[in-house]
Design a protein around this ligand. Structure first.
Ligand SMILES: C[S@@+](CC[C@H](N)C(=O)[O-])C[C@H]1O[C@@H](n2cnc3c(N)ncnc32)[C@H](O)[C@@H]1O
Length: 263
């Protein structure tokens, strides 16, 4: 299969996952998980969340993860095996817009940094809602690539790169800001939202988290920036880093809603 837009590998997901650990935990809290619950993680990657979720539901519960990337699913299955939770944690290959589960099967359902990749996020949310039982929680954490930026004297270059990233490197790069609307239009009730800044003070970590090698390569190829402009931007970031004052941030949005009896 051709590499999809914005593809990241399991190692990347583990590094970012550790960085976002507090936010991940917050999504679990929003799901209101109890021992014995059945929960679903859509766009589960290499099992970054299904394994911790397994501890929360316990062996009387059930965790399902789906991802459309077969390699991610295979890696997630291995991780569950290694963690000793494979009896109640299963991963399957599936598309978020066509979930292979009965309606009302799960007590709660989550996805994290999936919607940014979707061409039809409303269809995925409708599916997540369908497979969740009445009164169960649907929780989505996603990035808004149009928020945030890097402190640099080369602000014009940085702004062009940032916009190119949001609009061309992802199918749905402004995902974070759309979630509240999507949840309300889906008819979910008790909809709550929180927006979290994710700040980085290491240029090396920023380059990795924002996949800057790929972004810069593609922006050069599309003539969004010149080699000279990129060199100036990189030099300013390297200088800031050497002085211990590098600063960049992005924003993620967490939205939770409950499936009412009308759905
Ligand atoms: C940025 S990763 C996040 C993975 C995981 N949720 C985490 O927090 O580590 C996005 C994941 O969504 C998956 N994905 C993208 N589009 C999908 C789709 N239409 N249906 C299911 N999974 C999808 C990718 O294969 C990838 O594993």
């Amino acid at each position: 299969m051709a590499t999809p837009k914005g593809y990241v590998d399991p190692d990347y997901l583990r590094v970012v996952g550790e960085f976002l650990n507090q936010l991940k935990r917050r999504t679990y809290t929003s799901m209101q998980i109890e021992t014995g619950h059945k929960v679903l993680d859509v766009g589960c990657g290499p099992g970054t969340d299904t394994i911790p979720l397994a501890q929360l539901v316990g062996s009387t519960g059930q965790v399902n993860g789906v991802d459309y990337d077969e390699a991610m699913v295979a890696e997630a299955e291995q991780c569950a095996e290694k963690a000793g939770v494979s009896a109640w944690v299963k991963h399957k290959q599936a598309d978020a817009t066509s979930l292979p589960f009965e309606s009302g099967y799960f007590d709660s359902c989550r996805s994290e940094r999936l919607f940014q990749h979707l061409l039809n996020p409303a269809a995925a949310l409708a599916e997540m809602t369908r497979v969740t039982k009445i009164d169960g929680w649907v929780v989505v954490l996603d990035t808004d690539w149009g928020s945030g930026g890097i402190d640099t004297s080369e602000i014009d270059v940085e702004r062009r790169l940032s916009r190119f990233n949001a609009e061309r490197m992802f199918h749905n790069g402004y995902s974070g800001r759309q979630l509240y609307r999507l949840f309300k239009k889906q008819g979910l009730t008790d909809v709550s939202f929180e927006v979290f800044p994710v700040a980085v003070t290491s240029y090396a970590l920023g380059r990795q988290m924002w996949t800057l090698d790929r972004l810069e390569r593609e922006a050069l190829a599309e003539n969004i920036i010149t080699e000279d402009e990129l060199h100036r931007l990189q030099t300013s970031c390297e200088q800031a880093d050497a002085e211990g004052v590098f600063f960049g941030y992005g924003c993620v949005t967490l939205v939770a809603g409950r499936k009412g009896g009308h759905l």
